[in-house]
Ligand binder design. Sequence first.
Ligand code: ZN
Length: 471
Amino acid sequence: MKITFWGAIRTVTGSMHEVGVNGRRYLLDCGLYQGRRSEAAQRNSEFPFAPPSVSGIILSHAHIDHSGNLPTLVSKGYAGPIHTTPATTDLCDVMLRDSAYLQEKDAAYLNKRHGRRKALDAAAPNHEVQPLYTIADAENALKLFEPVPMHTPKVLDPALSYEAYDAGHILGSTSVLLQYHENGKRIRVVYSGDVGRPNQSIIRDPEPIPPVDYLIMESTYGDRLHKEVGAVAAKLAEVVNRTCQRGGKIIVPAFAVGRTQQLVLLLHELVKENRIPLVPVFVDSPLAIEATKVFRKHSECYDAETREYLLEGEDPFAFRNLRYVQDAGASKALNDLRGPFIIISASGMCEGGRILHHLKNNIEDPRNTVLVTGFMAEYTLGRKIVDKMPEVPIFGEPVRLRAEVAKLNELSGHADQRELANWVKPMAKGLKKIFLVHGEPAQSAALAKVLTAEYGVETVIPERGETVSLT
Ligand SMILES: [Zn+2]
């Protein structure tokens, strides 16, 4: 059995690993690489193997950096099955269509800009940009999904099977246990996917996995310790109460899938316990509305606390002062509404979408609060807000940032160093080697040190394109 590491190697984006058995090729994830435009375009459109030569794919979870290049693979001839959980299948239906829509929009924008340049300078070279993939490509990929529930062993090849364990990262997320049989010998390999934090709302904790021979694992926060999850409700209540007391609005940029539903459930709990005033709460994102439908449908993924809502005949994602805003006109009408109230909107890093209007209209008023609930990458508007720049550009114009900026860092979907090391523990006995992926080099190196010290297991950080033979 051979593994070749193709993506999210010494970085956190574009997850993809190849499993080779008996001359056949399988993929673990096929994620979109997000980075500088030219590099990303090349990485995503050129595969290091012929797509039709792949026999099957196992998808760990729906995040675009793990699933988002499947439509490209399919547009280049892949026609085999894509195995993943039922919840991931439904989330991908929402997310891959959205990703394709953004690819098409991005290409149209570049072509329009180029067209304007061409009008001014007829000598400018002709180069029409094609979207990486289209909505039709995404739909073709979605047709290949074959849902397999967690803990249901699936035979891929006479010698290869897998079983999915709950990774506790987002709805439907899994770690994958591969079993390979060769000459009466069994080799067991776990691919972690992304590992979540214990005690996150909605979903279950990452599950313990029995001892294995090899481990391919993420290391996003290999050098970091997060704050306790338990404090998050109290912190959210404080921000809401403080802002409401001064008559302000709370503007919450949040990822539409996962983070928004977590926030809704936290606010639901605070409302039930009378810990915050009954002010209107608006979820203003069509993508979040679609994703919430998937969350409602997949109660098999809920933890015990979220299941309790169902036992009481309640919808966890609805309460009396909560409104989902589908229509663009209704979204704009929120501009004229007086506070206090709460708006949760996307995109998460404030790079586009309806959140931009809400920020533009509200960040100049010191009574208001921008509540940051996730990681903000460098150079994004979200990062400029977290850094409290006195002026930030929105729709190309400078806007004074005078609102309070509060942070809820506890909502991270990724385990920290200690949580990752604890996750390895049940697998550690007899473990021959750990391969660290999905991490910046410093993060992976720090985790490697901890894992080697704690379990005495050789831990390596592979190179991109490196192949290892597992025996
Ligand atoms: Zn993820």
